[in-house]
Design a protein around this ligand. Structure first.
Ligand SMILES: *Cc1c(COP(=O)(O)O)cnc(C)c1O
Length: 366
C-alpha cells in the first residue's frame, strides 16, 4: 500500500533547495531583518506578477484582509457582503473591524453567486468581499458591474488564487484591493507567515504601509492608530525565489488536476466544474459525494490523506454564534460542507502517486 499525505511541504523546499538556502543566508548576512530591500524587491516583483500598481507586504493573509477593510474606513454599523462558503479568515477581516458580514450562497463553482448579491444590498452596505475559492475566479464581470452600479468597494480575497485569471485579467486587480496569503500551503507559499495587499490606489497603499507599521511613515511620528503587521526579509527573499518558479509550480498543479478530471471515472464522485473564461490555479481539488465521510475513511484505509474545506461554514461556527444564524439558513453552503472532499494536489507529487489516487478512487464501491 502506498502512503500519500495530503501535503508534503518539504518536497517543495527540496526542489529549489540551493536557491532557498542561498536567499536565506543572504538575508541573514545583510544585517537588516524586517521591511528592507528584500521586501521592497518582493513587493515590486509581486505587483508586476499580478499587474497592479502597488503591493504592500504584511504579516499574513488575515492581516491583509483586516487592513484592507480598515483602510477603506469600513467599521461599526457598516455591512460587507461575503460568500457563505469560505474560510473563516475572510469573515474575520470584516468582524475584526466591527463591521457586519452579510452572507451570500455559492454558485455551482462554489464561489459567491453573483445573482444573489443585489438582494442583500442595503443602505449600510459598504463593500463586496469576493473570494476566489479553491483557485478558481468568481464571476468578476458581473460582480464588478454590481459594485460599480451601487457604488460599493470591491475587495478580493486571493489567498487561494495567486495568478488565477478571469477573462484574461488577474484576480486581485478587479477590485479596489486584492488580499493575498503566503501561508506555506498556499500556491505561492512562504516558509512561515506572510501576506500582501495589491492595489492601484496610491492612497490606499500608503495608508496600509502606515497601518502595518504602528501608523507611522516616519519613525516615532504616528499619524494613525496602526498595528504591527510587517513582513520579514527572510520570507521576502524566499518568496522572490518561489515567485521566479511560479509558472512551473502552477503547471504541475494543472497537470495533476487534468489527470484527476479525465481519469477519475467513478460515478459516485462529482468532479469540479470550470467556469467559462476562468483560468483555475487549483489551490485545492474538490470532489463531491453524498457518502463523503465513508469515502474519506476508505481513502484513509488505503493510505491516502484528504481534508475537508470546510467542515463548518462560518455562519455556523461557535465564534459567530452572536450573529444569530442557525442550521438551514444557508442550505447550499451547508450541503457543500457535508459533501466536499479535497484530494492531494501539491508541488512534488509523483506520477505513481497520482496513478494510485485515481486507481483507489475508481475502485471505490459504496
Ligand atoms: C489562508 C486563507 C486566508 C488567511 O491567510 P493567512 O495567511 O493564514 O492569515 C484567508 N482567506 C482564505 C480564503 C484563505 O484560504
Amino acid at each position: 500500500m502506498m502512503k500519500i499525505n495530503f501535503t508534503e511541504l518539504k518536497r517543495g523546499y527540496e526542489k529549489y533547495k540551493k536557491e532557498y538556502d542561498k536567499a536565506a543566508i543572504e538575508a541573514l548576512e545583510s544585517g537588516w531583518y524586517i521591511l528592507g530591500k528584500k521586501v521592497e524587491e518582493f513587493e515590486n516583483n509581486f505587483s508586476n506578477f499580478v499587474g497592479a500598481k502597488h503591493c504592500v507586504g504584511v504579516n499574513s493573509g488575515l492581516d491583509a484582509l483586516i487592513l484592507a477593510v480598515r483602510s477603506l474606513n469600513i467599521g461599526r454599523g457598516d455591512e460587507v457582503i461575503v460568500p457563505a462558503n469560505t474560510y473563516i479568515a475572510t469573515v474575520l477581516g470584516i468582524t475584526e473591524n466591527d463591521a457586519t458580514p452579510i452572507f451570500v450562497e455559492p454558485d455551482e463553482y462554489y464561489n459567491i453567486d453573483a445573482n444573489k448579491i443585489e438582494e442583500k444590498i442595503t443602505d449600510r452596505t459598504k463593500a463586496i468581499m469576493v473570494v476566489h475559492l479553491y483557485g478558481q475566479a468568481a464571476n468578476m464581470k458581473r460582480i464588478k458591474e454590481i459594485a460599480d452600479k451601487h457604488n460599493l468597494y470591491l475587495i478580493e480575497d486571493c489567498a487561494q488564487s495567486h495568478g488565477a485569471k478571469f477573462e484574461g485579467k488577474t484576480t486581485g486587480t478587479y477590485g479596489d484591493i486584492g488580499c493575498f496569503s503566503f501561508y506555506p500551503t498556499k500556491n505561492l507559499g512562504a516558509f512561515g507567515d506572510a501576506g500582501a495587499i495589491v492595489t492601484d490606489n496610491v492612497e490606499v497603499a500608503e495608508k496600509i504601509k502606515m497601518l502595518r507599521n504602528y501608523g507611522s511613515q516616519k519613525k516615532y511620528h504616528n499619524k494613525i492608530e496602526g498595528i504591527n503587521s510587517r513582513i520579514d526579509e527572510i520570507q521576502a527573499s524566499l518568496l522572490n525565489v518561489k515567485l521566479k518558479h511560479y509558472n512551473e509550480l502552477r503547471k504541475q498543479r494543472e497537470k495533476i488536476a487534468n489527470r484527476y478530471l479525465s481519469e477519475i471515472t467513478n460515478p459516485r464522485v462529482e468532479l469540479p466544474k470550470a467556469r467559462k473564461g476562468s483560468e483555475h490555479v487549483w489551490h485545492l481539488f474538490e470532489i463531491r459525494t453524498a457518502e463523503r465521510d465513508k469515502l474519506q475513511a476508505y481513502l484513509r484505509n488505503n493510505g491516502i490523506g484528504t481534508q475537508i474545506h470546510y467542515p463548518i461554514p462560518p455562519h455556523l461556527s461557535e465564534a459567530y454564534e452572536y450573529l444569530g444564524y442557525k442550521k438551514g439558513d444557508f442550505p447550499i453552503t451547508e450541503k457543500l460542507a457535508d459533501t466536499l472532499l479535497s484530494l492531494p494536489i501539491y508541488d512534488g507529487m509523483k506520477d505513481e502517486e497520482i496513478d494510485y489516487v485515481i486507481k483507489i478512487i475508481n475502485e471505490y464501491e459504496s
